[in-house]
Ligand binder design. Structure first.
Ligand SMILES: [Zn+2]
Length: 246
């Protein structure tokens, strides 16, 4: 059966979650793929008639009942290597992506990962450059806080202020949010929706469903063609349809 027929059967959009793209061999959190591995994974998508796009493009198409050959590509945290190592590979394969950044850590690093290695985050200029290149910019909160553990004031700041800061930086409305650590509960989801975001990416949203609790698949350095195939098939079988999408 052709891939397009498979994907047409599932109302669950396939969304890949990446973080850092470079050759760093030290990777205790499994957040890094090499540019060569990303290249192979995008080639795998292409061979199956699939194409990686931003979340806004994917969701707009799926809301119309179209775009069943589209796959969402997301990059969390806004690492500086997105511009140097990920974007050239994406461009070569005519793919686009959504980059979820932390406006409270511009030019900083991933200090929230105690084991390191420290990886630099994009500066304000770097985020603007990615946006100029056509990449969708979304919010990952201000400073990478687990929203399910945040008090009311922090929850509001992480959702409302990060959206305002990115809107001011980019001069556009920011529609997408991504839950730090992928952790989500009803309270966090409501806060994100109330802050004005049109959609939000989780990892495994459990009982929650809808545009503000989108499931994603972690794609890592070990994901060769066979594992990509299994993840792609199992995603459609395991996940419930997302409400609001066809
Ligand atoms: Zn993150």
């Amino acid at each position: 059966m052709a891939a397009s027929e498979n994907s047409r059967r599932t109302p669950v959009p396939w969304v890949a979650m990446y973080h850092s793209v470079n050759d760093c061999p030290e990777d205790p959190y499994h957040i890094t793929v090499t540019p060569e591995r990303l290249e192979k994974q995008l080639m795998w998508l292409r061979r199956r008639g699939l194409r990686g796009v931003s979340m806004s493009r994917l969701l707009a198409a799926r809301a119309r009942g179209e775009g069943h050959n589209l796959v969402g590509l997301t990059f969390d945290d806004g690492y500086a290597d997105f511009l140097t190592d990920a974007l050239p590979v994406l461009r070569r394969h005519r793919c686009n992506a959504t980059l979820f950044v932390l406006p409270g850590r511009l030019g900083g690093d991933n200090a929230w990962d105690p084991l390191g290695p420290r990886k630099p985050l994009l500066t304000a200029d770097g985020i603007c450059r990615a946006a100029y290149e056509g990449v969708e910019i979304g919010s990952h909160g201000l400073t990478h806080v687990d929203l399910t553990q945040a008090d009311d004031l922090t929850l509001k700041a992480e959702t409302v202020e990060s959206r305002a800061a990115l809107g001011a930086l980019l001069g556009t409305e920011v529609d997408g949010f991504c839950y730090p650590y992928g952790t989500i509960d009803r309270r966090a989801m409501d806060a994100v929706r109330d802050a004005g975001y049109g959609y939000a990416c989780a990892i495994d949203p459990g009982e929650l469903n809808g545009l503000h609790a989108l499931p994603r698949l972690h794609i890592g350095q070990n994901d060769n063609a066979l594992r990509m195939y299994l993840k792609y098939r199992l995603h459609g079988l395991r996940r419930r349809p997302v409400e609001g999408l066809r």
